[in-house]
Design a protein around this ligand. Structure first.
Ligand code: UT7
Length: 319
């Protein structure tokens, strides 16, 4: 039994904000943002547009693309750490909006590694609980959780969503081959990305980040999980067609290639267009890779991500 990705759709909000736009209100420049991060522009939500709104559009697109009846969904898993509200979940709202009457729905909060966490849960539900059809939605609005006067964080993030239709299959040549998850919340110094706007802080405050330490951990942790998952599956980079990493910073991805020998020609990078969209970044990059004709059915794809927690992980799948 395999969990296969049969369709993927994405959605980016229509408002595009360039680095030059930001430099009109912030002490920053296109050159600084581009050379430090690789980001050129980002899509941002407008007033009244929230994470579940983005997720609903992506979900409807994937259902239409697959010509699939949402009444046949067994579960909806939504990855988000920037939900509209603490409760009800984005999953519940999306379930109601798309008419998935039979599906149970819930949110997963694993920051920028949320897609790989959600994929692992979906795979377990299909293999362990005999579910047939799962909708996985990643929808994020980091722009609502940053201080737009803090140049060290606000320039880094974008908003967006991706949705995947995951189905059980007997085709052993396709589907999720392996996933691997890690968490290290034990050391205070590791908790270097914090969204402060919760009850502990009377709902005030925004995201802060110790950029340089996260940069270092991103390289070490993603290298560790990729090395371990490839070794455990008796694979090397030669067995992989594409690597799709979390798109936080182009320099992190270039460092993985230079310092850890990741093959640059196999890496899909969308940081310039999307910025850091947290857990939506891998589905958005995967959607781009498919639409542009790079990723084809039968290709083997290696995913890796790290986020606040720290949480990180990798996955290998064949499309
Ligand atoms: O998605 C979860 C994972 N997150 C990440 O992986 C993010 C990892 N970290 C990073 O991507 C990078 O550390 C940043 C892009 C956040 C920062 O780049 P950096 O090369 O580490 O810069 P820095 O923080 O060391 O700052 C260098 C200088 C500072 O000025 P001084 O102290 O040298 O005078 C900053 O104040 O750049 C200044 N600076 C800016 N200047 C212009 C910080 N932000 C800006 C800005 N525009 N937007």
């Amino acid at each position: 039994m395999r969990t296969v990705i049969n369709n993927i759709a994405t959605y980016l909000p229509s408002r595009v904000v360039t680095n030059d736009d930001l430099s009109k209100t912030l002490d920053t420049s296109h050159e600084w943002i581009l050379t430090r991060t690789g980001i050129e522009r980002r899509h941002l939500v407008s007033d009244g547009e929230f994470a579940s709104d983005l997720g609903i559009v992506a979900a409807k697109r994937v259902i239409e693309q697959a010509d699939f009846d949402p009444a046949n969904l067994d579960a909806i898993i939504v990855s988000t750490t920037t939900a509209d509200r603490h409760f009800p979940s984005c999953g519940a709202r999306i379930q109601g909006e798309i008419g998935a009457v039979k599906a149970f729905a819930f949110d997963v909060g694993a920051a920028c590694a949320g897609f790989i966490y959600s994929l692992t849960i979906a795979d377990s539900l299909i293999k362990g609980a005999n579910l047939k059809n799962i909708l996985l939605v990643c929808c994020e609005t980091l722009s609502r959780f940053v201080d737009w006067t803090d140049r060290s964080t606000c320039v880094l993030f974008g908003d967006g969503a991706g949705a995947l239709l995951l189905q059980s299959s007997n085709d052993d040549h396709r589907g999720i081959i392996s996933t691997k998850l890690y968490t290290d919340g034990s050391k205070e110094k590791y908790n270097s990305i914090l969204a402060h706007n919760g009850p502990q802080n009377d709902h005030r405050g925004y995201t802060t980040m110790k950029g340089q330490s996260v940069f270092k951990y991103a390289i070490e942790c993603m290298d560790q999980s990729v090395t371990e998952i490839l070794t455990e599956n008796d694979m090397t980079f030669d067995d992989v067609d594409w690597i799709i990493p979390h798109q936080a910073n182009r320099r992190i991805l270039e460092s993985l290639c230079k310092m850890k020998n990741f093959p640059p020609e196999k890496m899909i990078i969308t940081t310039n267009e999307h910025a850091n969209t947290s857990s939506a970044s891998i589905p958005l990059a995967m959607g781009y890779g498919i639409e542009s004709g790079m990723i084809k059915r039968g290709h083997t794809i290696l995913l890796t991500a790290l986020g606040a927690g720290l949480v990180w992980g990798s996955a290998i799948l064949r499309l």
